[in-house]
Every structure is written in structure tokens, then in C-alpha cells.
Design a protein around this ligand. Structure first.
Ligand code: ZN
Ligand code: ZN
Ligand code: ZN
Length: 172
């Protein structure tokens, strides 16, 4: 409980109850894809979330004008387990192997969840979110990976963020 749906999110960024401001800093957890060679990321990766996932992952909304916190939740942004957000600050539970375990290929595609920050202002298109952790950093969690050369792929079974046991709730 306590997570935002689309209506709740729209209400939370419509205007600050403290100062009436319409600029907000949003803290969320969203999907990021990274290409990896021999266990090292080729680059910082790219976002692969949609708007519903961005809203589903929101843990905090802060007014840029007066710093009033309009929404905050300590639940896991992925599975919504109470207190899970703090556990998500840990290193990724799933490590990326240097080579594909099946074909020894050197290139893997990783899908993870990255903590991110985005600033919104009413009436304007928000800029792309800024990741606050990249693959290899604490807080970035590998959800799935696949070999670029063969059919090998794996997915985390427990919650990738907080480790809560499967089955995980469906994301929107
Ligand atoms: Zn305010
Ligand atoms: Zn979780
Ligand atoms: Zn392979």
C-alpha cells in the first residue's frame, strides 16, 4: 500500500500544498538496459521504462520551491514490501558473469532497475530522468540478462530490489 497510481501522481504534482509551486523533484526506480562485454558495461545504458512504470516506482515527491515532501513511501518500489526501499540501497543480488555460461560468449544484455531523479514543472514536458546509480553501483539491480550470441537468459526470482520471495506483483 501507499504507492501512487496515475490519478494520485497527477494530484501530487498538480501543485504544492505548502507554497502552491508546480515544480517537483520525483524520486523513482525504473528500467534500464545496459550492454555488457566481459562483465563490464559498454556504456551507461538507456532507459526502457514507460510512464506507468515511472509512476509505479515513485518513492518520493518533493516541492522544488519549499522542499515540502508531498509524497513519500518506504515500501519497495518493485514489490511494495513495507520497508523495502532501504534494502534496495544494497548491491545487485544478481551478478553479471564475465562470459555467457552456455556459449562462453562475451556480450550480454542486462535489464536492471535504476534509482532515478526527475524534475517536473506543470505544463512542460519533463526532461529524461537522471540515474543515481549505474550497473555495478549499489542501488542498481539486475532483473534479467540474456546472451547476445545464444538463447541463454536468466531472470531474478525473488524481488530484485529488496529480496522478497516470489511471486512478485505484476507491474502496470
Ligand atoms: Zn512548496
Ligand atoms: Zn521488493
Ligand atoms: Zn551464449
Amino acid at each position: 500500500m501507499g504507492q501512487l497510481d496515475e490519478a494520485g501522481f497527477a494530484a501530487a504534482i498538480a501543485g504544492c500544498a505548502g507554497c502552491g509551486g508546480t515544480g517537483f523533484e520525483i524520486t523513482t526506480y525504473i528500467d534500464r538496459q545496459v550492454s555488457v562485454m566481459l562483465g563490464d558495461p559498454n556504456d551507461d545504458g538507456r532507459w526502457t521504462y514507460d510512464g506507468e512504470k515511472l509512476i509505479d516506482g515513485v518513492s518520493r515527491i518533493t516541492c522544488l520551491g519549499c522542499r515540502r515532501v508531498g509524497f513519500s513511501s518506504d515500501a519497495c518500489p518493485r514489490c511494495h514490501a513495507p520497508g523495502g526501499l532501504a534494502l534496495a540501497a544494497a548491491p545487485s543480488r544478481l551478478a553479471v558473469p564475465p562470459r555467457c555460461p552456455a556459449c562462453r560468449g562475451t556480450e550480454l544484455t542486462v535489464i536492471g532497475m535504476a534509482p532515478a531523479m526527475v524534475r517536473t514543472t506543470a505544463g512542460t514536458r519533463p526532461p529524461p530522468p537522471t540515474p543515481s546509480a549505474l550497473l555495478g553501483d549499489d542501488g542498481f539491480h539486475v532483473m534479467a540478462m540474456a546472451c547476445d550470441d545464444c538463447e541463454w537468459a536468466t531472470v531474478t526470482d525473488p524481488c530484485p530490489l529488496c529480496g522478497a520471495p516470489a511471486p512478485l506483483r505484476e507491474r502496470p
